[in-house]
Write a protein that binds this ligand. Structure first.
Ligand code: NAD
Length: 471
């Protein structure tokens, strides 16, 4: 590398420092590559760490403490209503984010990864320009693009002062009445945060249900929880008009039957999806074509149609999830380093950190039934699980979807308190090609929530001892 010149050279350049980019840089450096990482922002960690997964989970934890204190009344423990010090909560959340972001910087530094802060744009198959940095460009042998995604803007959001998830996560205030548009991952997670902190939340979702893609028996449990916590949950509905009125807003909402209702709110937040950051990467200069939705097609090595350029994370087809990006990061870094690595994963788990949480991995029951393949589903209700009872959290279920002949596990779905920590066992079962018997004979510690997976496998195999014997 020629230091101090306007143009640098790098064996491998990684663009973006989220859970895709920074993991790729670390892995490649460990495998002996000379790595330069380019990040447009001041801080490292990307959306996940700075304004997504990490701050949202910190706030969800805070909201759950409030809800837990309320629920404790049933056990004879009565707490006064919480006093919420927003400034302190913001500082706490920022502290969590800053520690993790600083940790990423340290990890990169200790491996000798050079970090350049600026905006990269491809100029050719082995060159990119950098805006806003001391160097104007970089010539590379290989490049991994990991530029992530951004919020899909809601019409007139800026003019009307409608919050995006990024703005809502900064906790500017707790509005008395909050209109939340979009019942996907972000809408539900942040809606429950604001409801927990005292807002009256009205949720409006286009589709007839919440959380598209998840099985309805799992989603139903979350809908019930939202109906208890939110002022209103309006599905099959759309916001047709929003106007500012005084310090707040009025919104017209069209219901399923065509009826239009009008409501007043103090604040509006929209979480209607995310789009890949591929439009300003200079892809056209190398002839990389994106899909209609803007994703970069890749092969199992995360290689694009241009052999020197790789893409990982939210800019590639498939779910926009940090753990998908991190796995792809390792695959790309290893392949570039001559290792026989491929993204041949059987399942990418999905987790929504609602309360109760919902998680699934592998085939969903809906997908299996739509494909017409025969399946055997074992469903274990948490009402029958000792640990769930001790926690006062018996709502929810765990189900195991299996092949009726071979007993091969095809998918696992769950909804319940803390199930985000259980889904990895289902994904491991899928990766190992496990059968129902593998889950059934594995000793699961008692009393824990993890027993529900073993129990669900027993139900699927017809040998459950903790449920009434089927007639
Ligand atoms: P989403 O795609 O999950 O949900 C958006 C929802 O908004 C959909 O249900 C859609 O029908 C609805 N919608 C769209 N336009 C609407 C309108 N005009 N009126 C009413 N409803 C409308 O998107 P998101 O919640 O913004 O999250 C984006 C992505 O971020 C997710 O797909 C997920 O991959 C990722 N994410 C993951 C997690 C997690 O893993 N826990 C958390 C947050 C975000």
């Amino acid at each position: 590398m020629v230091m101090g010149s306007l143009r640098q050279e790098a064996e491998l350049v990684v663009v973006g420092s989220g859970p895709g980019g920074y993991v790729a840089a670390l892995r490649a450096a460990d495998l002996g590559r000379e790595v330069v990482l380019i990040e447009a922002r001041e801080a490292l960690g990307g959306v996940c760490l700075l304004e997504g997964c990490i701050p949202s989970k910190t706030l969800i934890h805070a909201a759950e403490i409030v809800e837990g204190a309320k629920a404790a009344e049933a056990l004879g423990l009565r707490f006064a209503a919480p006093e919420i010090d927003l400034e302190r909560l913001r500082r706490w959340t920022d502290g969590v984010v800053n520690k993790l972001s600083g940790g990423v910087a340290q990890l990169l530094k200790r491996r000798g990864v050079e970090v350049i802060h600026g905006r990269a744009r491809l100029q050719g198959p082995n060159a990119l320009s950098i805006q806003g940095a001391g160097v104007s460009g970089l010539d590379f042998k290989r490049c991994i693009l990991a530029t992530g995604s951004r919020v899909t803007p809601f019409p007139d959001a800026e003019a009307l002062g409608i919050w995006s998830s990024r703005q809502a996560l900064a906790l500017p205030e707790i509005p008395r009445r909050l209109l939340l548009i979009g019942g996907g991952y972000i809408g539900l997670e942040l809606g429950l945060v604001y409801a927990g902190l005292g807002a009256e939340v009205t949720l409006v979702e286009f589709a007839p249900s919440l959380l598209q893609g998840a099985d309805s028996d799992l989603v139903e449990v979350v809908i019930e929880a939202c109906q208890r916590r939110f002022a209103e949950v309006l599905m099959d509905s759309k916001v047709t008009h929003i106007a500012r009125r005084g310090d707040g807003y009025t919104a017209q909402i069209q219901r399923r039957d065509g009826e239009i209702i009008e409501r007043a709110f103090d604040k509006v937040m929209a979480a209607v999806g995310r789009r890949p950051n591929t439009d300003d990467l200079g892809l056209e200069t190398v002839g990389i074509e994106v899909t209609a939705e803007g994703f970069i097609p890749i092969d199992a090595r995360c290689q694009t149609q241009i052999p020197s350029i790789f893409a990982i994370g939210d800019i590639t087809p498939g779910p926009m999830l940090a753990h998908k990006a991190s796995r792809q990061a390792k695959v790309a870094a290893e392949f570039i380093s001559g290792e026989p690595s491929a993204f041949d994963n059987r399942a990418i788990p999905a987790v929504v950190f609602t309360d109760p949480e919902i998680a699934w991995t592998g085939l969903t029951e809906t997908e299996a039934r739509a494909s017409g393949r025969p399946i055997k589903v074992g469903r274990f209700p948490l009402t029958a699980l000792g640990r769930a009872r001790t926690l006062g959290r018996a709502e929810g279920l765990v189900k195991v979807i299996s092949d009726p002949d071979s007993h091969l596990i095809l998918g696992v779905g769950m909804v319940g308190s803390g199930v985000s920590e259980l889904i990895a066992e289902g994904t491991l079962a899928l990766e190992m090609g496990a059968r129902l018997e593998d889950l059934m004979v594995t000793i699961h510690p008692h009393p824990t929530m993890s027993e529900a997976i073993m129990e669900a496998a027993e139900v699927a195999a017809g040998s459950a001892v903790h449920l009434p014997k089927p007639r």
